[in-house]
Write a protein that binds this ligand. Structure first.
Ligand code: MN
Length: 249
């Protein structure tokens, strides 16, 4: 009973939020029918084309090597973007609406849209969540919330790493903000993500780690744990903190 009231209340708030941020009528309608999350501001309004990287392919070395970055960005991620656009044309999707809106109701669309819409969104987020190393962890609202909820940054990293290792086959490890504004660690298979209505693990992404073999195999071969452990060296914690703060609204 309480749950259904809070969901109805949330949907009313969502509709108001859409009006407040001036989304198109179509996007507003799409969000009002969603049981998930709204986004404020422009930061997370992911488009349908690849954003240029903010660093060179070689800049994440030695943690992620230049050739892996080049193939990952210019081949794998480029293919997701192309196939997403093909699917959007075939399914008459409005490409001016943020991709987040589509992902929140992905169950209405094709398997091709699910795989490539997820693939494009996940990679766009992944690139932004990285910067040249070594690791710098500024004291932020996010770092404080991690310490509060997980006991320490080290305890958090240990749980995140274990989640990345436990994902069988290809997929992603996530830190998200859930509906109660708490941080949660989880994973999704393939190119699914926590915004998707059909994902059992839901929330607004704060950190996203690609654990497909294409993300690490050239340098790390089968050693996913070494790759995931080294990934902290290139995490852009300021960007993570920015999207964390947005996710709290
Ligand atoms: Mn990838």
């Amino acid at each position: 009973m309480a749950k259904s009231f809070s969901r109805r209340n949330f949907l009313q708030q969502t509709a108001k939020g859409c009006i407040a941020i001036g989304l198109s009528g179509e996007a507003t309608k799409a969000l009002a029918g969603s049981t998930h999350y709204k986004y404020n501001g422009a930061l997370l309004q992911t488009g349908f084309t690849q954003t240029p990287l903010a660093y060179a392919y070689k800049d994440l070395a030695p943690y992620i090597d230049a050739l892996t970055m080049e193939i990952h960005y210019s081949k794998h991620a480029a293919a997701y973007a192309k196939n997403l656009n093909d699917a959007a044309d075939a399914e008459q999707i409005n490409k001016n609406a943020p991709l987040e809106v589509l992902l929140q109701q992905i169950s209405k669309y094709s398997e091709k849209m699910r795989n490539n819409g997820g693939g494009h969104y996940n990679h766009e987020l992944f690139w932004k969540l990285m910067q040249p190393g070594p690791e710098r962890i500024p004291e932020t609202l996010l770092s404080k919330a991690i310490t509060t909820q997980f006991g320490s940054m080290e305890a958090f990293k240990k749980e995140f790493l274990q989640t990345a290792l436990n994902r069988f086959g290809s997929g992603w490890a996530w830190l998200v903000v859930d509906g109660d504004k708490k941080l949660r660690i989880g994973s999704t298979p393939n190119q699914d993500n926590p915004l998707m209505d059909l994902s059992p693990f839901k929330g607004k992404p704060v950190l996203a780690l690609d654990v497909w073999e294409h993300a690490y195999y050239l340098n790390y071969q089968n050693r996913r744990g070494d790759y995931a452990g080294n990934w902290w060296q290139v995490v852009n914690w300021n960007y993570a903190n920015t999207i964390y703060q947005q996710a709290l609204h």
